[in-house]
Ligand binder design. Structure first.
Ligand SMILES: [Zn+2]
Ligand SMILES: [Zn+2]
Length: 253
């Protein structure tokens, strides 16, 4: 009886989805093609399948893709940027490059405010970030400044973090508004976020001797992640790692 009623429920749900698809014909929020299953996701299956994860060889520190020739003879694979500018983040990972379908889906989350795409994105982040999440104590989302937070209505980094499957602590706050990093030349990004973050007082005890993972939607040069790491380390964190949905990949020769 239970099976019969379950299959009847499934059939009703399928019928509702099909009716909705025909009557309203909602479009995929990323590519605008009609959605086959509008109740399941705001983004179509084809867009999800077009997200290409970063694959090895990756920089062991920031997770940037490495040209395979750079590995020859190298004891530890580190990208030029990490080799030239020592990082506070010990290990960082992202699902993929900030381009194509992944960028479109992140825009759906951030600018169209479709928070339902955060959960599937977080699932992909957990897969890509397995080495980052290994024995991590908790996640810390990169905070928005309060005015931007209120304007958007939510923090996309927090939305991603809460579905990753590791406890989240809102340990940081943004002391002043900053220009979006992608709008600045690389040389100015560190200055833009210097002293931009501070510890929220109630989190201080939790941070002591902990392995923390800073979470954000996109990393570009890593300046924001390092600025967060600096305050977490000064508050007593043992180690700070980073997990982002996407990273702006530098094109190495
Ligand atoms: Zn689509
Ligand atoms: Zn690197």
């Amino acid at each position: 009886m239970r099976c019969a009623s379950k299959s009847a429920t499934t059939r009703l749900s399928d019928l509702a989805k099909a009716t909705l698809a025909v009557l309203i014909a909602p479009a995929c929020a990323a590519c605008r093609d009609p959605l086959d299953s509008p109740l399941s996701s705001a983004v179509c299956a084809a867009c999800w399948s077009r997200i290409h994860p970063l694959t090895e060889p990756l920089c062991r520190i920031c997770g940037d893709a490495l040209a395979s020739w750079r590995l020859e003879g190298a004891l530890s694979a580190v990208c030029t940027r990490c080799a030239n500018h020592p990082r506070l983040i010990t290990i960082g990972r992202a699902i993929g490059a900030y381009e194509g379908a992944l960028r479109d889906v992140l825009h759906v989350l951030k600018y169209d405010k479709r928070r339902s795409v955060a959960r599937p994105l977080a699932r992909l982040m957990a897969q890509a970030g397995a080495p980052v999440l290994d024995r991590a104590d908790f996640l810390v989302p990169v905070p928005l400044h309060i005015t931007r937070h209120y304007r958007r209505g939510f923090n996309q980094a927090s939305e991603l973090a809460r579905h990753i499957g590791v406890p989240t602590v809102n340990a940081l706050w943004r002391r002043r508004p900053t220009v979006t990093q992608t709008d600045l030349p690389e040389g100015e990004r560190h200055r833009n976020v210097r002293n931009a973050f501070a510890i929220r007082r109630p989190s201080r005890a939790r941070i002591q001797n902990s392995v923390v993972v800073v979470v954000d939607d996109v990393s570009t040069t890593g300046a924001t992640l390092d600025a967060c790491a600096a305050v977490l380390l000064s508050a007593g964190a043992k180690e700070v790692r980073a997990l982002t949905a996407a990273r702006a990949v530098s094109r190495l020769p």
